[in-house]
Every structure is written in C-alpha cells, then in structure tokens.
Design a protein around this ligand. Structure first.
Ligand code: BG6
Length: 483
C-alpha cells in the first residue's frame, strides 16, 4: 500500500532554536523525510534562527549531521540531501534584543506561507511574538508553532496565552502535543467514528473500565534539571495522557473539523472529577544494574518529584459516569509500551455457566507494534463438551497494511505539514490547555501542601506495588507492561 503525498503550498519556515536539540533530533530530520517524500514544493525554505554566530554554510553542515544521526528510516535517492540543504538558510538573532531581525526581514518572502516555529523555552514566546509583529514579519495568514511545556500551571499557561493573543489570532497559533501526530493516536478516531461496531458499546453501560498506559524504558537521562521541576504529571499526564483520554472519551464531533473536534475534547476535560489523594500513586525509580536511580540522575538526593504516576480518573457525564479510567505512565519501566485497553463488562448471563471468566477487551497499541487486538470468546476446539476460551482477533498495522502500516511518519513530520496546510485539528486550543491545567493544578498543590513522597520502584519493573493495589481495591488488574 502506498501512502498518498499531498503537496503543500511553498513556505518559509523559520525555526527559532534552529540549532537546539528538538530541531536536531526531530524537526530537521522530519522535514528532510518530507522532502524525500516529495511533499516540500519547490521554492520552500527552512530558516534556522538562533543566538549563536553561524552562517548558512555552517548551518547546512549542522543540518547534514543531524540528518545523518537522526534521519533514520526511509531511504532517499542519491543527491537528495544536497537538494534539501540548498533550501536551508540561517540568521543569527537575539529574541530579546534587536540583533538580527533586519536580516530576517530581508530574507522573508511575501508570496509564500510564513510559519514560525518557537522551538525555545516558553519564557521567550512573548518576546518572539512581539518582535515578529514589530518587524512586520507576519500577516493574517502567518502561523506560529509553540512547543510544550505550555506553562507549568494554570496561571503561567494563561499568561502565555495572553502574550500570544496580543499578536496572533487563535487560528494562527499551533500548540504542539506530538502524541496527536502519532499515526495510531489518529487511528483512535478512525476506529471509533469510522465503524458502526464499537460506538454503540462505547459507554458505561457496556464498558467496565479503560486503561491507558504510556510506559518508557528510558530514564530522565540528561534532562534531569527540566524533569525534576516537572515530574510525570506535568511532563506526560497534563498533555499526552490527557489527549489520549479525550480521544477515547469524547462524544462524536459533528465533523472532522478543528473546532468541532476540540470542542468535544474540551468537554471531556471539563467533566473530569477532581482527584482524591488515594486514587493516585506516585513513584520514583531506584538505581538499576547499570544506571543511576532517579534522585541521582537529577542530582537531588531529596527530590520528591515523581517519575511514575498511576491514577484512577472519573468522568462525570452521561456516557461515562461509573466507568473508571486508569492512567499510568513512568520512566525506566519494564518495556516501552503505550496501549489503551477498553475492558468490556462481563456477560450479564452466561448460558454456558461460565459467567465471569470471559470478556472482551479491545486493545489499541500505540507503540511499538502498532495495531488493534480484540479479545473474543470462542469454543475450545475438539470434542469433550462446550468449553470456552479467549482468543485475540489481532491486527498488526504493519502486517495488515504493509510497510506503510508501521509508524514510519514521525509525529513531527505530520504536524509540521499540517501547520503549512493550515489544519489545526491535531493541535491544542488555548482553552483546552487551560482546562487541563485547571484540573492538574489542585492535584500538584495537594502533594506539595502535604509533602507527599513518591514510592520507590525497581528500574525495569512495572512500577510501584501500590499501583497494583490501586486496581486490586476495585478487583481489577493492570495489563502486563510488554512490548
Ligand atoms: C515528551 C516528554 O513530551 O514525550 C518525554 O517530555 C517523553 O519525557 C516523551 O519521554 C515520550 O514521547 P514518545 O514519542 O517517545 O512516546
């Protein structure tokens, strides 16, 4: 199966933070892959902008290195790299001063889409927005892309929204949550709203509970300083897991249109129950055989920041009241595995006398081995009476769809192209981010006020034992964390 490449209009994409880690690992290699796929039309350019002194030739060498290291995946034809590098420019610029802005003005063109990627810390968002407008670099069709973390609480998120709103319309602001760009995350919507099969059962009458797991094997690595001020709640739950929860729980939007989808997601966030402390388990990983423990990794032997969190979340609306959503995410766990499991209720009467032993589970695997599995009950083969067994109806996207079924297009590639196309469906709206912080803030404030200390867990395990008990109290069990 060949994926369709829909070309976008010619563009000038300015990457502030153009020599930073995100640009190197994700944005530049992602753009190169889109170029190889033929999606970057003639006349499009990428302009790196950063404080350091560098000329365009040196930037091209930097980009070539980034692609060699992180380009990965698909082969490009010989010579393609040179064609891509020709489209790279660089300006030295000071986000908080005047240096370099006239160079950028001289470079930009009027007859192409203008997009500005703020791949910098949020403290610079306001300065950049102000200077872009002050120097006449934007028009009503220009877009800006901003990265997470979008604030660290409701107040800071509101301040960021206000700063950006002074210069840009909401329809020009693209807040990235890269989970929304993942192939299988979008498939959640296709599965729910493109099939008759599931939606009638998608409610508390038929669904016992839902589990959302995003498990990572990596630790905090070199990001200790950032991470220790965030923790799993701010780093993963407030954004990525919240988005997954919204896509699973939202009402069908009337159409697949940015505001229709985002309106429905917002309603889910606003219907979340306030959390109670005994529905949350926080954890910190211990040292492993060949890797430091969390506290050592962040350089603070008394750190109380969580590298793991599990929670039982309720949604007070007509569809979901009474069906718990169990969320968990953590670093240095047994396997890299992100999965959503919808566990349907037991039969209310079994004609086979085996009630309580067989039930349907729909598992949507986000990464790795993207695919969908539906557990169904069948008769155990062979003579000897009617014995039942559970078997998986298993669809691996890679097997069902061929090479294009595997998650080849990185989330960033897809999202950047959506920015150029002007499609905001997979980006967070300002009110959505604020609502997510409004729910998250009291939880974090509660831990801080009580001085809660996270439980420890072994590196390479499935998390703290208390997380097992969180479900055991409800006579439920987590799915195994397995790739
Ligand atoms: C980032 C978090 O947003 O997502 C990281 O800051 C995390 O801590 C990463 O590791 C996970 O993304 P992915 O795409 O590897 O699942």
């Amino acid at each position: 199966m060949v994926s369709r490449v829909i070309p976008v209009d010619p563009f000038d994409l300015v990457i502030f933070g153009g020599t930073g880690d995100l640009a190197r690992r994700k944005i530049l290699p992602g753009l190169f892959r889109r170029f190889c796929a033929g999606q970057m039309p003639n006349g499009s350019r990428v302009i790196g902008a950063a404080r350091g002194e560098m000329d365009s030739a040196a930037y091209r060498a930097f980009v070539a290195e980034a692609i060699a290291e992180f380009g990965g995946g698909r082969a490009c034809e010989d010579g393609t790299l040179d064609g891509f590098l020709e489209r790279m420019e660089f300006v030295t610029i000071d986000a908080r001063g005047e240096n370099g802005w006239s160079d950028l003005v001289a470079l930009m063109r009027d007859d192409v889409v203008r997009a500005f990627y703020f791949s910098v810390g949020p403290s610079l968002f306001g300065d950049l927005a102000e200077r872009l407008t002050k120097h006449g670099l934007t028009d009503a069709d220009s877009r800006i892309v901003v990265e997470k973390p979008f604030g660290r609480d409701l107040e800071t998120a509101k301040a960021l929204n206000r700063d950006l709103a002074k210069h840009f319309d909401e329809r020009q602001i693209y807040r990235i949550d890269h989970y929304l760009g993942k192939e299988t995350v979008q498939n959640l919507m296709a599965v729910r709203f493109g099939n008759m099969l599931f939606e009638p059962l998608w409610n508390s009458q038929y669904v016992d509970h839902i589990q959302i797991t995003v498990a990572e094997t990596v630790g905090v690595g070199g990001r200790g300083e950032y991470y220790d001020k965030s923790g799993a709640m701010r780093d993963m739950v407030q954004n990525h897991l919240m988005q997954l929860l919204c896509l699973i729980a939202m009402e069908p939007p009337s159409k697949f249109d940015p505001d229709a989808v985002r309106d429905e997601k917002l309603k889910v966030i606003r219907a979340l129950d306030p959390m109670v402390p005994h529905h949350i388990v926080r954890g910190q990983y211990e040292p492993g055989a060949d890797a430091p423990g969390y506290r050592e990794a962040v350089g603070d032997p008394r750190s109380r920041t969580e590298s793991y969190i599990a929670m039982k979340v309720g949604i007070s609306n007509w569809r979901w009241a009474g069906t718990p959503f169990y969320l968990r995410t953590g670093k240095r766990l047994k396997a890299r595995s992100s999965e959503i499991v919808v566990v349907f209720k037991e039969l209310n009467h079994s004609i086979f006398g085996e009630a309580g032993e067989h039930r349907n589970e729909l598992s949507i695997r986000l990464q790795p081995n993207e695919g969908i599995t539906l557990g169904v009950t069948i008769k155990e083969p062979g003579p000897g009476g009617m014995r039942l067994m559970n078997v998986p109806l298993d669809m691996s996207f890679a097997e069902a769809l061929g090479p294009d079924g595997a998650d080849q297009t990185d989330a960033y590639e897809r999202l950047i192209m959506d920015v150029i196309r002007g499609n905001q469906t997979l980006f967070m709206r300002g009110d959505e981010v604020e609502a997510a912080w409004a729910w998250t803030d009291p939880i974090i404030q509660g831990w801080e006020a009580r001085g809660d200390v996270p439980k420890t867990y072994d590196a390479g395990s499935e998390g703290p034992v208390d997380a097992v008990q969180l479900l055991a109290r409800d006579t439920r069990v987590w799915r195994k964390v397995a790739p």
